[in-house]
Design a protein around this ligand. Structure first.
Ligand code: GLU
Length: 304
């Protein structure tokens, strides 16, 4: 399969979609990003990398970080985490408070903000220096030591974190947050502000593509069963209240972030990262969604 040609063709076809979406502006630093950027990177398990457009430009990974923190917590706590977070699609926006009241402070899944806050809270209990631990983990799984926090985005997000603070305090009232809420939201804003490019991100998902094995450190990050579960969660919950539609259109597990990044993979085969900052009304990259749908269609391969 000539992936170079496939992504070059899709890039030309989808580029005209520029202008149909809107860059996230509820975090001021995200609104400063030039909307007309678009990159694609494909990483195969065999070790080949293919790229087109702005695949080497760093951006804020935002909610894609929720996959990394969940993998870290799963390694340490195993099934224990599922006492505090559910595993069902929410059907609600990523930052909704409504469901939490009905469900007694137990978030629907680890990929909405409330669920990710619980996961990060457990990380804070596990590590003395959680921010360093997160960076070290991400550097290890993508084989690149030059991954860091974008301090400008982290600070901007922290200054506009009222809703995440509200979610965390609310869950604390149900006993589902153990640590200081200000510290928690600070760590959470940093994980969202990790700066990576499409190539780094496609590589960072290789351990999931290879059923838990990190090819860069030859280390089993998750068991085969844990990797399967993480993939299943991404397939059902990875795209906010558009998760069903993404599974329908692209047929791969994946995760998006409001920075405009989307990563997805076909187990045993390849991972693909797309970035374009303009979002659709569900908070997913409009061009990213379109690209991934065309990709699995054009290569005649998906998980189904
Ligand atoms: N940092 C963002 C927030 O908490 C992440 C949202 C996202 O990418 O879904 O609002």
């Amino acid at each position: 399969m000539d992936y170079e040609q496939v992504i070059a063709k899709i890039y030309e076809e989808v580029k005209p979609f520029w202008g149909q979406g809107k860059v996230a502006d509820y975090i001021p630093a995200l609104a400063e990003v030039n909307p007309r950027q678009y990159g694609i990177a494909v990483q195969t398990l065999k070790g080949d990398t293919y790229q087109v457009g702005d695949a080497g430009t760093r951006f804020s990974i935002q909610s894609i970080s929720k996959v990394f923190t969940l993998a870290m917590v799963t390694r340490h706590l195993g099934d224990e985490i599922w006492k505090s977070v559910g595993r069902e699609p929410s059907g609600n926006p990523f930052n909704s408070l409504v469901q939490l009241e009905h469900e007694q402070g137990i978030p629907r899944n680890p990929f909405i903000n409330a669920g990710a806050l619980v996961v990060t809270d457990r990380l804070i209990s596990l590590y003395d220096r959680p921010k360093d631990a997160i960076l070290e983990f991400v550097r290890g799984i993508c084989g690149n030591d030059d991954i860091y926090y974008d301090k400008h985005i982290a600070q901007s997000e922290r200054e506009h974190a009222d809703r995440n603070l509200a979610l965390a305090y609310f869950m604390k009232s149900f006993g589902n947050i153990k640590n200081d809420v200000e510290t928690l939201v600070d760590v959470y804003c940093h994980q969202c502000a990790i700066a990576m490019n499409c190539i780094d991100l496609a590589r960072a998902f290789l351990f999931l593509t290879d059923r838990g094995l990190n090819p860069y450190q030859q280390e089993q990050i998750l068991t085969v069963s844990q990797a399967k579960r993480l993939g299943a969660l991404m397939l059902t919950c990875g795209f906010y209240d558009e998760s069903g539609d993404f599974a329908f259109r692209a047929g791969m597990p994946g995760k998006s972030g409001v920075g405009g990044g989307v990563v997805a993979y076909i187990p045993g085969n390849l991972s693909i990262a797309v970035w374009s900052p303009e979002l659709n009304q569900h908070g997913n990259s409009l061009i990213g969604m379109e690209t991934l749908e065309r990709f699995t269609t054009d290569i005649n391969n998906s998980i189904f």
